[in-house]
Design a binder for this molecule. Sequence first.
Ligand code: GLY
Ligand code: MN
Ligand code: MN
Length: 460
Amino acid sequence: MNTPIYQDRRARLAAQLGPNGIAIVPTAPERPRNRDSDFLYRHDSYFYYLSGFSEPHATLVITGDGRVTLFCQPKDLEREIWDGYRLGPAVAPASIACDAAFSIAELDTQLPKLLENREAVWYPFATHKGFEGRVDGWLQQVRARTRYGALCPEQQRDLCSILDEMRLFKDVHEQATMRSAAQISARAHVRAMQLSARMLRAGQDVREFHLDAELLHQFRLEGSQYPAYSSIVAAGANACVLHYRADAAPVRAGELVLIDAGCELDGYASDITRTFPANGSFTGPQRALYDIVHASQEAAVAATQPGARFTDPHEAAVKVLAQGMLDVGLLSKDKVGSLQDVIEQRAYFAFYMHRTSHWLGMDVHDCGNYNEPSELGHSTERKDPLSGERMQNRPSRILRPGMVLTLEPGLYVRPADGVPEQFHNIGIRIEDDALLTPDGCELLSRGVPVEAGEIEALMR
Ligand code: GLY
Ligand code: MN
Ligand code: MN
């Protein structure tokens, strides 16, 4: 384990707790799947960010003076025979560079002692079900000792506010891990595209699960622990279902396949979408829509620069998509008016109903404030033209080097009156992962091509 990285993060956190603050960070619980078997375990991202420790049943305590205490599973030969190696509290201080370690069984007896004479207790709010109740229990015990002169913390503070901000800016270690994750995922997409064309050429019955298996194979082959989210492998009309999962539908020549899949590597996600012709050749209508989405993504890439706002790539993409919808007749000028009308009235929403970006990091939809913290007070209200709901407009986050966001415009055409039939059931999304650099952005995921001709060449 690269302990200096975690020590540095803990020190930076401690410095923000106040001299008499204390932070408590539990990891994720294990979740039963069915009798005697659990879902594959995944640590809590905040906990892992500060510890690099991925065993379940653990909690980290950090005080404002920089002292770090780990609670972890005790050594237990019988449990280790069944479930595997446990670090144990005896060697934890040397192994993860903390000051003290206890068995997790001692959490309820040690926490009241650690909380005594602190002013503020920090923990992640609304993250771990029931955790607020446990903190209350520990505080009650401290309060019971006030008659002996103990001081009880008077403030409870949301630790997410500090950690989200820290996690939003990826350090060099995180950037390198995310780059590797994206490169693995890109190679998996290349293989899935090539498999689709190869199997169809050989006259085989291709199913979505064949391509899903190919992705998973490449992820694991290159050391990824698991997919960062459930892979979407959507053949034909399934691409118009935004949260479709890889299933058993046939992958047919003449149709498109949309794959949204990314691996998680050492705690960091990648998130890539490619849409390609199942047999390697776009039809005319498919290519026409594909080129619009591609151009909109290029516009989003150009808008992804330090100093720009988080919403700028979205606005740039929407402009190109909306113009494309007018150009190819998905929207008719007679009905919806000019480009400006389409954007203001959100008429494009019929074919593009999601946002272009989200933060990416340890979590695929990563933490981080989407509003600019220095401008939170500048709020205006507006009415949403589609729902009529009142929305708060706050200045969007200013992009800075070290942030990572996705750029994922799309077009989804469900059959409907007035929609040209040649476009029915075409769903296209192109998604890449962009790391903000001092003078623009680095696309971490371009190991798989996006240009239509390059995709066709790759699949030949
Ligand atoms: N794969 C989840 C997303 O693109 O947001
Ligand atoms: Mn995404
Ligand atoms: Mn995605």
